[in-house]
Design a protein around this ligand. Sequence first.
Ligand code: GCO
Length: 261
Amino acid sequence: MELFSLKNKNALITGGTHGLGMAMAEALAIAGAKLLITGTTPQKMEDALAYYHSKGYDAKGYLFDVTDENEAAKYVDLITEESGGIHILVNNAGIIKRESALTMPVSDFRKVIDVDLVGPFIMSQLVVKQMIDRNEGKIINICSMMSELGRNSVSAYAAAKGGLKMLTRNLATEWAKHNIQVNGIGPGYFATSQTEPIRVDGNPFNEFIISRTPAGRWGNPEDLGGAAVFLASAASNFVNGQIIYVDGGILATIGKPSNED
Ligand code: GCO
């Protein structure tokens, strides 16, 4: 199991104050990592750190906007100085705006691209410098099954997550020679606050997803922990530019008619 150990590793997880980011951060902590959490909401950060500390995890929080390259540069320097170095970067922070492409304001489209695609680029570019110096590093971009498929109302999110898939492959191409592995995780449909509006009982979308997912259920945030630890650890030292889809099989199938088991 040493291959999966994250002892003496510092993991920076953007948006690690709730949802999937928090679940992945917890898995990294259980594997031995020290957590460096970013967020933008003081109360969420306070609550998240209280939880991490209650479980005995070594966790520190930093409130800044990953889409502001000047602010991010200042904080990456501070985090690096205080922690002794960032070994693992999980680009998890993201937003979604659900609206028809016909009516979505360009400003909303641009905001989603900025947070979900430009933010990961900014953070990767800032953190990779020390990884190159160290000739070692792990970057994990949280993509989505919308990196592969579209659906009504999520054009900005799918464009961003599709772009993040290709950014992952390109950064892997450029930085693998420095023993830096850049990969992605693509969650399917998970039970989080982000999907709450489309998951409520009685909502046709809820039934649709359950019928469309071979595993027959929504993902639970802890379902992502194993993929996160794998991509953050020495176990993935020859894995580059891959997106691991943790989706209950939804991307593997065209689905089935209602009269089939
Ligand atoms: C939606 C959902 C999806 C999921 C997830 C799928 O509105 O379709 O929010 O975007 O959250 O990203 O991978």
